[in-house]
Design a protein around this ligand. Structure first.
Ligand SMILES: NC(=O)c1ccc[n+]([C@@H]2O[C@H](COP(=O)([O-])OP(=O)(O)OC[C@H]3O[C@@H](n4cnc5c(N)ncnc54)[C@H](O)[C@@H]3O)[C@@H](O)[C@H]2O)c1
Length: 380
């Protein structure tokens, strides 16, 4: 069992999810590595106190990330900070010789993403990936196996979307995710976009071009101090792309929808693949359900499969039980470590987003901004 020394920079919502996953590492049955949380950095002392109380073994709690970068016991860093800090922190982490699991969008914009990738190219021995957990739902793992075995046949259409509803309330106080300076020009695409791109990109379905329609519905929000301040970011984005099916060379429609204001949806990640031989649908609304239509001639009928706990990395939980968000995060963190330790993912769809895939997402979102500005189809 190899022990992997980890640090966290940006220890808020996602940093705590990572710490919690480490705390129940015993849940995983078939991995030959074990992460150890050795250092945590956050600007907020209240957050550091949360770690102090719950993880007494951490040897360094600091507000200065430079101290964490020179900690000799830290081999790899999970970095989950607001987007305007990705370039500064990710490049500093790589220059310090640490492996990196960075959060999306992996740079606030395309320029920042390219700056991160160029520092990584100087240190190719470092293992670098971007987080995205939704492919680790068992139903999506099954869809990934179907893609690997070319079970869909020629692709007719693919639709990937991610919908949140909480910003429907115009009185929801503003946070950094609604500010261009901290979240970026991409708005909801920077916030939600990597999640919808991961499976199509891993399948090799890259957009040739895009027509984007972006909307801003709420122009001001309370600042929590009695005032209303500008709410600047795009709330919703619909991207209609033309992609190429690598197995036939033919084009097909690929749509990505990212919505902060989707009435009634809490955290709905949806994927629909329609092919000539098979079709599949999955939604986190019903996290164990996989809908499939396999066509061999004759009557066309959708069937519904209850997937149970059929995960990429086996766990203590029995095969018939249902899966949840914190379970797929545990799977994703295991996938990062597995690929780092073994040099290859356990399977094609059991891997985190690669740096090149993050660059594809930046090409797409930059083109989408231009498409919105010009009301035109833009090459990606
Ligand atoms: N994978 C997912 O499902 C998912 C979900 C939510 C957010 N995210 C991503 O995670 C990242 C963080 O989002 P979050 O929701 O955890 O945000 P958050 O605001 O909860 O946490 C960010 C933390 O960074 C800290 N911070 C700010 N500046 C810092 C600095 N200079 N040094 C050290 N710490 C600093 C803040 O104090 C805060 O605690 C973003 O990139 C976001 O897009 C991913």
């Amino acid at each position: 069992m190899r022990t992997l020394g980890f640090g966290i920079i940006g220890a808020g919502l996602m940093g705590r999810e990572f710490a919690s996953a480490i705390a129940r590492w015993c849940h995983l049955l078939d991995v030959d590595f074990r992460p150890e949380l050795r250092a945590v950095c956050d600007k907020n002392p209240t957050i550091l106190a949360w770690y102090r109380d719950r993880f007494p073994g951490i040897s360094l709690l600091t507000e200065d990330y430079r101290q964490l970068l020179v900690h000799p016991g830290v081999e790899a860093i999970y970095c989950a900070v607001p987007h305007h800090l990705h370039e500064e922190l990710y490049t500093a982490i790589l220059r310090a010789g640490k492996h990196l699991l960075g959060e999306k969008p992996f740079g606030i914009d395309r320029k920042a993403n390219e700056a991160i990738l160029s520092v990584w190219k100087e240190r190719p021995e470092l293992f670098v990936r971007c987080s995205s957990e939704f492919p680790f739902y068992p139903a999506v793992q099954r869809i990934g196996q179907m893609i690997e075995h070319n079970a869909f046949g020629p692709i007719l259409e693919v639709h990937a979307d991610f919908r949140h509803s909480s910003d429907l309330d115009p009185d929801k106080p503003i946070n950094w995710k609604r500010m261009i300076a901290l979240n970026g020009e991409y708005g909801c695409m920077g916030d939600l976009g990597m999640h919808v791109c991961h499976v199509p990109f891993r399948a090799g379905w890259f957009p040739r071009n895009v027509r984007a329609i972006l909307s801003k519905m709420v122009s001001t929000r309370p600042d929590g101090k009695g005032n209303r301040v500008p709410c600047e970011t795009w709330d919703n984005a619909t991207l209609l792309c033309e992609a190429t099916d690598p197995t036939t060379g033919e084009g097909f429609p690929l749509t990505f929808r990212m919505q902060r204001i989707a009435p009634g949806e809490t955290n709905s990640w949806n994927l629909e693949i329609l092919g000539m031989k098979a079709s599949a649908r999955f939604s986190t609304k019903n996290p164990r359900r996989l809908e499939l239509l396999e066509y061999t001639g004759g009557e066309q009928a959708w069937k519904s499969v209850d997937m149970g706990n059929e995960t990429a990395f086996k766990t203590l939980t029995g095969g018939i039980f249902e899966i949840g968000f914190s379970d797929v995060l545990l799977q994703m963190f295991a996938a990062f470590m597995f690929e780092w330790v073994h040099g290859t993912p356990r399977s094609r769809f059991a891997g985190c987003v690669t740096p090149d895939e993050t660059h594809w997402s930046h090409r797409l979102f930059s083109a989408a901004l231009e498409s919105q500005r010009r009301s035109a189809v833009i090459p990606v």
